[in-house]
Ligand binder design. Structure first.
Ligand code: PMP
Length: 392
């Protein structure tokens, strides 16, 4: 009889390589301070809840009201009976938020990339992708028969060289994260757009970590750089700054219509619960009404990054609320993260294969929920544990 020995072997290899990642169980919701099993409290610096929207009273009230009105689930995929008026309303509001003709909502940011890339890329096309793009982009590209070219991270000379060689394809699609999720740096979107226009390429930006963060009222990297009308696909997630779950693409009406008919992750998966759609609509309203949340996020992030740099930490290329501390080999990064949690700071260790083998790190995410006292506490803990590891 077959057994699990090959699976157990893989697990053992992972542990021996120092790359095994345990999963912490938290007893409460995503907040500035959270409780680990056993009752220990830790300052949360690994959550994507940039603006504290998971607990915003307006979002919670909207979810409860929508549940009362529509029930807890939508009962079907979107194209059968799963498009409720609240999904339609959310899509119109997302299109207005992003300044595009249309938007289409998926069940997650991950499945958005799979669905959109899987639809727009055919065997006669070429996709040109930044080497540090998110795993969901990489997997989305793998689903297609398009030719693939990778350019070195943010290297515009290399991007141009590749574009020059790709003139004979039916479509060229340049794909980039807006904010890179492991380094917290911002894509050089103006340069990408200029090159794309010069070489007749479509531009695809994954703004998972830029929506609610960059641009006026958190409209994302296209707005941040004033590139409205020049980016063909703006991907967003509803699971990070927006506080709930889901993903979307903001694009042209024709692209939306094609995806409704062809995007497999859209077509074959039940639509978001009405409560989620309602919370997301409320989130878009709060982004308009409470700009002080985004301002506070940036004040916290910039101040904290400066503090870490003054202590002597290597924060890499960070220029957003995502702030890595580069540690080195995987086991060292995971040990650093573990010690920080013991001292009351949750900073997730990120190691190979998510980042390069010698670029293991802890990734800190500053949010608008952190008080000055929280950030002072975090900096003190980081300084002390950093000394133990010879990082400062
Ligand atoms: N794109 C990027 C750049 C991300 O960081 C993430 C989240 N890890 C995703 C897409 C996937 O989003 P979601 O969590 O909504 O599936």
């Amino acid at each position: 009889m077959a057994d699990f020995r090959h699976i157990e072997e893989q697990l053992r290899e992972l542990k021996e390589a120092g790359r095994y990642r345990p999963m912490t169980v938290w007893k409460d919701g995503s907040d500035a301070w959270m409780t680990v099993e056993g009752g220990k409290r830790a300052l949360q610096m690994s959550s994507n809840n940039y603006l504290g929207f998971t607990h915003h009273p307006k979002l919670k009230a909207a979810a409860i009201a929508a549940t009362e009105k529509y029930g807890v689930g939508s009962g079907s995929v979107r194209t059968i009976t799963g498009t409720l008026s609240i999904h339609d309303e959310l899509e119109w509001k997302l299109a207005a938020f992003k300044g595009t003709e249309a938007a289409l909502v998926f069940q997650s940011g991950f499945t958005t990339n799979q669905g959109v890339l899987g639809t727009i890329l055919g065997p006669d096309d070429v996709v040109i992708s930044d080497e540090l793009n998110h795993a969901s982009i990489i997997d989305g590209i793998r689903l297609t028969k398009a030719s693939r070219r990778i350019f070195a991270h943010k290297d515009m000379n290399q991007l141009e060289a590749v574009l020059k060689e790709c003139g004979s394809y039916r479509q060229r699609v340049v794909v980039t994260d807006g904010v890179f999720s492991m380094d917290g740096d911002i894509a050089p979107l103006p340069a990408i757009v200029e090159l794309a226009e010069k070489y007749d390429a479509l531009v695809y930006v994954d703004d998972a970590h830029a929506s609610g963060v960059l641009g006026k009222h958190g409209k994302g990297s296209t707005d941040h750089f004033g590139l409205h009308g020049r980016v063909h696909f703006q991907i967003g997630t509803l699971s990070k700054a927006v506080g709930a779950v889901g993903g979307y693409v903001a694009t042209a009406r024709a692209a939306k219509e094609l995806m409704i008919n062809s995007a497999r992750s859209f077509l074959f998966s039940t639509s978001l619960p009405p409560s989620v759609a309602a919370s997301c609509i409320a989130a878009l309203e709060v982004l308009q009404e409470e700009p002080e949340l985004t301002e506070r996020l940036w004040r916290n992030a910039d101040g904290f990054r400066r503090r870490l740099q003054a202590l002597g930490f290597d924060t890499g290329e960070s220029e957003t609320p995502i702030i890595p501390i580069i540690v080195g080999q995987p086991e060292r990064a995971l040990a650093f993260s573990k010690r920080l949690l013991e001292e009351g700071v949750c900073a997730q260790g990120i190691v190979y294969p998510t980042v390069a083998m010698d670029k293991g790190r802890v990734r800190l995410i500053v949010t608008a929920q952190h008080s000055e006292a929280d950030l002072r506490f975090a900096a003190d803990v980081l300084e002390n544990v950093g000394k133990e590891f010879g990082l400062v």
